[in-house]
Ligand binder design. Structure first.
Ligand code: NAP
Length: 291
């Protein structure tokens, strides 16, 4: 089993695996249940430890599926709960002082867990960030979540979040999860450096552009020269940036295996230059892309 690299989190908040399994669109179709459950189980057996889900996905259906997979894996002895890193997210409308504990309790119930390893604000909504911060900190204090973070926040929102936390020294947001891939390099302009400066990992969602990288002929050509697929190269590229975590979603077990292998790839400076020519780094600030 390949060794899973990890990144250190701010403020002694432990470590996060650099690769995880996404679950968006899982749990939506009963006909896919067996295949999706088998994929998550197989992923854990292969060595995946981080699973990313959200109350939004299949309106709780994805959390239920993750709960089932985790329960089976723990029961079978293939992993211990403490070795997993389970991430879920609250809808913005649930991210107020009262809504957050209720939403978290529902997520935990669906997941069949006592605690989440990481709980994120899915995107910014109507509740002031200060309320979300207070709610998150209360959940940490109550032992319902180990740490918290945000998703889809750009630098200006992150600056507001710092203020909501009470200043840089009190900044206890563990991660920011955003769309980041070889074709969506916008965060490299200012958000990624901002997070790197604070040792706050950037969790890259849709890191293989929802499968679209497989139609990128230029990338496929470079990948062929390395004996890997375009998706593997795209994933290795995301992980080549300092301080990134990637959470590709894959139901096909061959994809899960390939993604695990891709996380071990080290890209040469020449390959990185070729990718820069194909997908240049951003030359100016662009609004944060969202999927
Ligand atoms: P993605 O991971 O970029 O792409 C998933 C698609 O790529 C699936 O169709 C999958 O196929 C295919 N794929 C995966 N590995 C592959 C490989 N090695 N070769 C070829 N195809 C491959 O897209 P995503 O699901 O949008 O993003 C990943 C996760 O990020 C989500 O599942 C979710 O957990 C999270 N997310 C968060 C937000 C947010 O707002 N915070 C937004 C979007 C996503 P199969 O399934 O058929 O194997």
């Amino acid at each position: 089993m390949p060794h899973m690299n990890t990144l250190e989190l701010r403020g002694g908040a432990g470590r996060i695996p650099v690769l995880g399994m996404g679950t968006w669109h899982m749990g939506e179709d009963r006909g896919e249940h067996a295949a999706e459950l088998a994929a998550l189980r197989a992923g854990i057996d292969m060595g995946y430890r981080l699973i990313d889900t959200a109350e939004m996905y299949a309106e709780g259906g994805a959390e239920q599926l993750v709960g089932e997979a985790v329960a089976q894996a723990v029961r079978s002895g293939s992993v211990e709960r403490e070795d997993l890193f389970i991430v879920s997210k609250a809808y913005p409308h649930n991210a107020g002082r009262q809504g957050l504990p209720a939403a978290c309790a529902c997520s935990l119930e669906r997941l069949g867990l006592d605690y989440l390893d990481l709980y994120l604000l899915h995107w910014r909504g109507e509740h002031p960030l200060k309320e979300t911060v207070d709610g998150m900190r209360a959940l940490v204090a109550a032992g319902r979540i180990r740490r918290w973070g945000v998703s889809n926040l750009d630098v200006d929102d992150m600056e507001e979040l710092v203020a909501a936390c009470g200043g840089e020294a009190q900044l206890d947001c563990a991660v920011n999860q955003v769309y980041f891939s070889v074709s969506e390099r916008g965060p490299e302009f200012s958000l990624l450096p901002w997070q790197q400066a604070r040792a706050m990992p950037l969790m890259a969602y849709s890191p293989v552009d929802q499968g679209a990288v497989m139609h990128d002929a230029g990338l496929a050509k470079i990948a062929a020269g390395l004996g890997v697929s375009a998706a593997q190269l795209a994933l290795a590229w995301v992980l080549s940036r300092q301080g990134t975590v990637a959470i590709p979603k894959a139901v096909r077990q061959a994809h899960l295996k390939q993604n695990l292998e891709a996380a071990q790839l080290v890209l040469s400076p020449q390959v990185l230059e070729e990718i820069d020519r194909l997908h240049p780094p951003p030359g100016r600030k662009r609004p944060l892309a969202m999927i």
